[in-house]
Design a protein around this ligand. Structure first.
Ligand code: DHB
Ligand code: MG
Length: 284
């Protein structure tokens, strides 16, 4: 498929032309390639990446202008350190993209979130973004893998945000059940924002537990629900538990009066995927 940009919109200048010509030649279609991170955790499915030069270029262009060298919340140096150190320590290359991380931070800032819960720390890349939202924010981040937790703690220390982050080790459903109990008992305040980026089969369980410990108006975001479009493929859900987990969370959020949501499809340097973005309804 050739993606035709309007030839008449000359104001896009050389960038537009370059992309247009690239589009007519070899970069006109997205490329699907083997994901080197296949066979992660409980996921038995062969996975693929999908890339497109335009997605990469737009991410690079816009992020370099909107989070330029010299940015401090957080600095590009600590972000790069976290990714490099995670790679060196053998963690899979599946953190959110820089633009997605920045969106999460801005979302936290927009609602002035004081307490954020993150499920799936990995190397703490998104944790660094969330903890950098503003001075009053605190993040509870949950990770099942002790090596990941340890790498994340190094990365968080390097980023200077360790004092804003509570890092908990254990299976997400177990840890969230305990946290919800503490909230119910009045030992812990309700969360303002939840970012779910862990094993996909438990997506709905995490949202359901989050609903027991979030305030009305809280924001709940679930990563990776679009899965290169497989979200809309009922057949794929029969054999791919990650697709099944993504469909279940979308369908259940749609039926649940406690929460209202939308799926935002995302492309970028890494893949075609997307967030489920939802908010906890008010009482009325
Ligand atoms: C995978 C998991 C993620 O959280 C992600 O952002 C990308 C990929 C995975 O399991 O492959
Ligand atoms: Mg993810």
């Amino acid at each position: 498929m050739i993606y035709c940009y309007s030839r008449s919109r000359k104001s896009y200048g050389s960038y537009q032309q370059r992309i247009f010509h690239a589009g007519q030649r070899e970069f006109s279609t997205t490329r699907i390639m083997a994901n080197p991170n296949t066979v992660l955790g409980a996921n038995p499915q062969p996975q693929q990446y999908e890339t497109d030069l335009r997605w990469e270029m737009v991410d690079e262009y816009s992020f370099s202008h909107l989070h330029p060298a010299g940015s401090t919340h957080p600095s590009n140096e600590v972000l790069t350190y976290a990714l490099d150190n995670s790679k060196k320590e053998g963690l899979p290359n599946i953190a959110v993209s820089p633009s997605q991380g920045k969106y999460l931070m801005l979302q936290a800032r927009m609602i002035r979130a004081e307490r954020i819960l993150e499920v799936g720390t990995l190397g703490g890349y998104s944790t660094i973004w969330l903890a950098s939202a503003w001075k009053g924010v605190r993040v509870t981040t949950v990770e099942i893998n002790p090596h990941h937790q340890s790498v994340a703690q190094t990365n968080l220390a390097q980023a200077g945000v360790s004092n804003k982050v509570e890092s908990l080790l254990g299976p997400g459903v177990e840890v969230l059940t305990k946290l919800a109990g503490e909230v119910k008992a009045g030992k812990r305040k309700k969360y303002d924002m939840v970012f779910i980026d862990a094993d996909k089969i438990n997506n709905w369980n995490y949202v359901n537990l989050a609903l027991d410990m979030t305030r009305p108006g809280a924001c709940i975001i679930v990563d990776n629900v679009v899965r290169r479009g497989l979200l809309a493929d009922a057949e794929a859900a029969k054999t791919n538990p990650n697709v099944e987990g993504s469909r279940r969370v979308v369908e259940n959020v749609g039926k649940d009066p406690r929460i209202d949501g939308v799926v935002i499809q995302l492309v970028g340097g890494k893949n075609y995927d997307g967030f489920l973005v939802a908010t906890v309804n008010n009482d009325e």
